[in-house]
Design a protein around this ligand. Structure first.
Ligand code: GLC
Length: 557
């Protein structure tokens, strides 16, 4: 790894791009021409939606073309599953019915969907609540189906909840924290509805959900993009909500890295799993939320300062992630040969990673062509595990460069057995077991090897995979994953997760009729049918952020 040189794209220069070239994230204009930005942003949501139909590196027609072109690179290892995905599958109607059954109403208005509608399960725990992260695929399904009201209500309701005073024992949480989940209580006698929310003070482990605020911002943009209704995101309440979330994650402290420091269990993996520190899932969501906020914040007196801070942070964050979290064959070889205990600015091994700490499996796992963002990077600690959500969101947010995005998809194809197996998609790979499981999870009986968060397979992840496939112009990979899902998910009653090395078994403690498994399937199907939907959940690469990776792009060798 070379020393830090100021990369080209850090030097923000004036540019003269036309309106049509304006992306959601234009650094120069964001900083210099706030007034213009507002007008252009207004236009952007309606005018640009056409130009961003496929949002990715392949346009819709070329996507279809590629699926039938045997010479295209993405066809390697992918069987020609040219089954027409546009035929309605019987599961689709069932899924819609199940999704509607999961809807939660507050004073007669739909405000979300419950996590699972599993009456057979003895323990309800908190699965009867509306989880912010779980509602995202439901929201996308409703938006894609032209039903934005429930999404708007959800955004407003959670915004109200954000305003609550939040405490764990005697400690007061930050104002901007969004709830992990909320529950509507119906009093049939008094005929009143009330809400209780959980910001981490009831959650197992008492961790605040760092991802909730990010998903909220991402969803606000999806709503805006899908409906063209700017009035919601422009309300003083939404603007304030965004600023509160941003103040939490942009505050200055002792950090020496632009990444966000987190406790274990603060996102989808909401139990102790060794994801404390700088987990890829949070960094990718952070990056995406910053970009989404940038496209929606008004450059007024209060907003302008945040816009400036976001722009600076995005520069630093993308450099850090693309340089230090990225792993491919070449980089692995470089780390393997690292010297340690280097001091001063000239250090190559900046975080003092001990080559002996590289786990054996990664040497076999890494193909010559392909790569991914590792799970975590902090002093003397690289978590080499592959996490699917973080990598897919990196593609969608364009945190990954186009080459890196392609490499992530190459790896997926190459390691299909390991990462997808019989049920899409592994939450992470590989699992941890034995002594390591004892130490890292604290002997968690739910997270035993190849189960739940420890290498389990989660059908909900199908939608992020499908979106990433469409964006990179490789829909046939998604089609293959959807085929697998369609062979079992409905028959197994839409479980929350599957267990085993191949993801063959319904998870030990998996809920049935898990809403995000249902909604994730619907979103994947709708996106594949109409790839233009991806625009609401994807951001184009910023043209001023030139790739900085200096190490070899293994897939071009
Ligand atoms: C589990 C999952 C979490 C999810 C919740 C509700 O706790 O780990 O990610 O939000 O269930 O489905």
């Amino acid at each position: 790894m070379e020393g830090h040189k100021e990369p080209l794209w850090l030097r923000v220069e004036g540019s003269h791009c036309s309106l049509s070239e304006m992306d959601d994230f234009d650094l120069t204009r964001a900083l210099e021409k706030p007034r213009q930005l507002k007008i252009e942003r207004k236009r952007s949501f309606d005018e640009r939606s056409m130009s961003e139909l496929s949002t990715g590196y392949a346009r819709q027609d070329s996507i279809l073309e590629m699926a039938h072109s045997p010479g295209s690179r993405s066809m390697v290892d992918t069987p020609l599953s040219v089954r027409n995905s546009f035929e309605p599958h019987p599961m689709v109607a069932e899924a819609w019915e199940a999704l509607r059954r999961s809807m939660v109403f507050f004073r007669g208005q739909p405000v979300g969907t419950i996590a699972a509608y599993d009456h057979a399960s003895e323990e309800v725990l908190n699965y009867d609540q509306v989880f912010v992260r779980d509602f995202v695929p439901s929201a996308l399904a409703f938006l894609m189906n032209g039903e934005p009201d429930i999404v708007k209500n959800f955004l407003l309701k959670t915004l109200q909840l954000q305003g609550w005073e939040k405490r764990v024992d005697r400690f007061k949480l930050g104002e901007g924290v969004m709830p992990a989940s909320f529950k509507v209580l119906h009093d049939p006698v008094r005929k009143t509805d009330t809400i209780v929310a959980d910001f981490g003070e009831s959650a197992i482990g008492r961790v605040a959900p760092v991802d909730s605020g990010f998903w909220w911002i991402i969803l606000l943009r999806a709503y805006t993009k899908s409906t063209g209704d700017l009035t919601l995101s422009e309300t003083p309440e939404c603007q304030r909500g965004m600023r509160l979330i941003l103040s939490l994650c942009l505050s200055e402290g002792f950090d020496t890295f632009p990444t966000l420091l987190c406790a274990d269990g603060c996102s989808m993996v909401d139990r102790r799993m060794g994801v404390y520190g700088y987990p890829i899932e949070i960094q990718a969501l952070f990056f995406m939320a910053l970009r989404c906020a940038l496209s929606m914040l008004k450059p007024d007196e209060e907003g302008r300062e945040f816009i400036e801070r976001i722009v600076k942070r995005l520069h630093a964050l993308s450099f850090h992630m693309r340089s230090y979290f990225w792993l491919d064959f070449q980089q692995l070889n470089d780390i393997y040969r690292y010297k340690t205990e280097e001091y001063s600015h000239t250090a190559v091994n900046k975080f003092n990673v001990m080559p002996d700490s590289i786990p054996d499996w990664v040497f076999d796992f890494m193909p010559l062509r392909g790569g991914y963002f590792v799970g975590n990077v902090s002093p003397a600690r690289m978590d080499f595990r592959w996490f699917s959500l973080g990598n897919c969101v990196s593609i969608l947010s364009s945190l990954a460069t186009p080459d890196q995005s392609m490499a992530i998809m190459d790896l997926l194809e190459h390691r299909w057995e390991e990462l997808v197996g019989e049920m899409p998609l592994k939450i992470c790979y590989p699992c941890i077991e034995s002594h390591e499981w004892r130490i890292v999870t604290g002997c968690d009986p739910k997270n035993t090897r190849w189960s739940y968060h420890n290498g389990g397979s989660w059908p909900v992840l199908l939608w992020t995979l499908t979106a990433a496939c469409i964006k990179t112009g490789r829909p046939q990979i998604a089609r293959r994953a959807i085929d697998l899902i369609e062979s079992r998910l409905h028959r197994d009653c839409w479980p929350e997760y599957y267990d085993g090395k191949q993801g063959r078994y319904v998870g030990k403690q998996a809920r049935k009729y898990q809403t995000w498994s249902i909604a994730g399937y619907l979103v994947a199907k709708m996106m594949l049918e109409d790839p233009s939907h991806i625009g609401m959940i994807s951001l184009e690469e910023d043209k001023q952020m030139k790739p900085v990776i200096k190490r070899s792009a293994s897939w071009t060798c």
